[in-house]
Design a protein. Sequence first.
Length: 319
Amino acid sequence: MSGLASRLEAIWYGDSTPPWILRVLASLYAVALNRRRPFNAERLPAPVLVVGNFTVGGTGKTPLIIALAEHLRERGYRPGVVSRGYGRRLRLPHSVAPSSTPQQAGDEPLLIARRTGVPVRVDADRLAAARFLVAQGCDVIIADDGLQHRNLPRMLEIEVLDAARGYGNGRLLPAGPLREPVRAVDLRVANGAAADADDAYAMSMRPGLCRNLRDGRVLPLDRFRGQTVQAVAGIGNPERFFSSLRQSGLAVDTHVFPDHHAFRTDDLPGGTVLLTEKDAVKCAPFAHADVWAVPVEARLSDAFFERLAALLPAARSMP
């Protein structure tokens, strides 16, 4: 994480008042937000579920999207995922396949496609991407990180919130972490919460079997106990990943990179290296023999899925 990013996060999630220049810039940002166009009221033939957050940085959207896609498919839906494909180098729309590259698809859409097998379309025009997937037979669309994307019609909005950080100081960018003022959504998910609450459903992350990037071997995470591992993360909140390793009994040396970092060979230290799955899709081509991806599975309560099921039929019946 860069020095500037670290200083901003200390302000956003600390007790000090932001400097005056940040408050002035936040006021200008608020004016720009108030001039935004209204949300697109168009209705697509399939319901659109937007998964996003009001704060900048990682909150756990990708594991939740994977859980939603798998849950919907198990219940007879034909879900598809649309994404801007942040960080990809190619600008043309792209239907993501397991064989796609991060340069074509972006790291998160590629991970979603590989984990779920559902159709994933990346396009700067997410409305065009949604229409494309509907034409391909998808009957429900999950939109990755689209709460602020007003051109994309939506039937349901799902906010993902970091339970430990919350909304920080509650201020707009750059004085605080908020992309827009917090508003009502259909479902709110608190990543890291211990239990469901009146205003949010709890989500926790369960580590899966570690996969070697070179030969595909799998090992349980506890096989790395008794040694110091090199934990590498280029995600929005790397401390969440590091904490999960420590809670599993591992001793870790941490290596932090910016979110969506374009990894290179010399970014990976020697020794046993553990990566998030999101970072692993970019490091696989040059990983040495002791580099492992640590997958996580989002765990949500039955109450969350029951509420989703109650909302979806109404959404599907909308013209």
